[in-house]
Design a protein around this ligand. Structure first.
Ligand SMILES: Cc1ncc(COP(=O)(O)O)c(C=O)c1O
Length: 379
């Protein structure tokens, strides 16, 4: 394969990406290539990634357990902190048990492939994250894609299916659109067709349901026919993924999920940071409230400038444009005046967009600034 040629082709299509590294912690203002930029690009929705409580817990774990885990969890890689985090996660999500993975990506790829076999059929939302798509690719199950958030289409596919093991997979908060799946009706539909509901709660954990996620947001108690996946890497400001479910699902994953078995365990400092983050948001409900205040302010500010924003009250607000060059031009103009809200392009999304990401660390003036700058940039 001629990689140089491939890169040239991506360049010509305005699709070549490059890495931009920070010289500072994740936060409201970040420093990239010597410039200070107001940050609207992070999934650190509660500002916990650089919170003293989270950093302090990670420091303590470094002193107590060292850095590297040294082996996979089934060998000697686990620590008492990992076990505590699993118990804490299960109680936070209202399930029997939870299992840690090294990332949300590893949780989805490992769990989806492990929990399904050639007798299963997966029904996956058309806008599900790449880690779900890859989990489906690794699975031996038959696969159907239903139109985004379209329960009628899903029902049509479920009705036609002869499979004895059906699994419906959806994100709760969609990562690039910020809309919320109707978990309540999805669960009813799954009940009607005897399907398991697998919910990727990556962008709802720490955000919806007082931070507990989508099930708490919709006001129902987890049951054995729901599998919740999540990550510690977004609103919880840490690293790692999890599956929270019944004991039998979790025990089965420990024995079969390849990304769990064949990978070195998470550093103890990551587990300690996640534990501290869950404790912190449970004790400080005002943090999630501050995030929601900021989400409302941002939606209002954007609407006042004439931007069509989605209904959902989530921290992900996409501003969709017709073409990639136009989106890049607008992201570039924002960057020129010190605002970092990068362009998201195909293949991550079909329609290019600026993905605005709101956090509790933003101040009201930042949000007014952003809306004004966006409105200027599109002129
Ligand atoms: C919906 C969704 N699921 C899973 C993941 C993967 O999580 P992690 O970043 O912890 O690997 C992401 C990350 O972008 C995501 O947006």
């Amino acid at each position: 394969m001629d990689y140089k040629q491939k890169i040239e082709q991506l360049k010509r299509q305005d699709l070549l990406r490059s890495v931009r590294d920070r010289d500072c912690p994740s936060g409201r203002v970040i420093k990239i290539e010597g410039r200070s930029l107001l940050n609207f690009s992070s999934n650190d929705y509660l500002g916990l990634a650089s919170h003293p409580v989270v950093i302090g817990a990670a420091h303590q774990a470094l002193d107590d357990f060292g850095y590297g885990a040294g082996a996979s969890r089934l060998l000697s890689g686990g620590t008492s902190l990992a076990a505590r985090l699993e118990r804490k996660t299960a109680s936070f999500k209202g399930t029997d048990k939870a299992v840690l993975f090294n990332s949300g990506y590893a949780a989805n790829t490992g769990a989806i492939a492990s929990l399904t076999d050639e007798h299963s059929t997966i029904f996956s939302d058309a806008l599900n994250h790449a880690s779900i798509v890859d989990g489906c690719r690794l699975s031996c199950a038959a696969r159907h894609i239903y139109n985004h958030n379209d329960l009628n289409h899903l029902e049509e596919l479920l009705r036609q299916s002869r499979s004895f093991h059906k699994v419906v997979i959806t994100e709760s908060v969609f990562s690039m659109d910020g809309d919320i799946a109707d978990i309540y009706d999805l669960h009813l539909l799954c009940g009607k067709y005897n399907a398991v509901l697998y919910v990727d709660d990556a962008h709802a954990t720490g955000v919806l349901g007082q931070g507990r996620g989508a099930l708490a947001h919709f006001g129902f108690t987890p049951s054995d026919d729901i599998i919740q996946m999540g990550t510690y890497s977004k609103a919880l400001g840490s690293l790692g993924g999890f599956i929270a479910a019944s004991s039998s699902v979790c025990d089965y994953l420990v024995n079969t999920a390849r990304s769990f078995i064949y990978s070195t365990a998470l550093a103890a400092s990551a587990a300690a940071a996640s534990l501290a983050a869950i404790d912190h948001i449970t004790a400080h409900t005002e943090l999630v409230e501050k995030l929601h205040d900021n989400i409302i302010s941002c939606r209002r500010a954007l609407i006042s400038k004439g931007f069509p924003v989605t209904q959902a009250l989530t921290p992900i607000i996409p501003i969709v444009f017709d073409s990639t060059p136009e989106t890049l031009r607008i992201a570039g103009r924002l960057l020129d005046i010190g605002i970092y809200a990068p362009a998201i392009r195909p293949p991550t999304v079909k329609q290019p967009r600026i993905r605005i990401s709101i956090s509790a660390f933003h101040e009201k003036a930042d949000i007014v600034n952003l809306a004004g700058a966006l409105s200027e940039a599109i002129r």
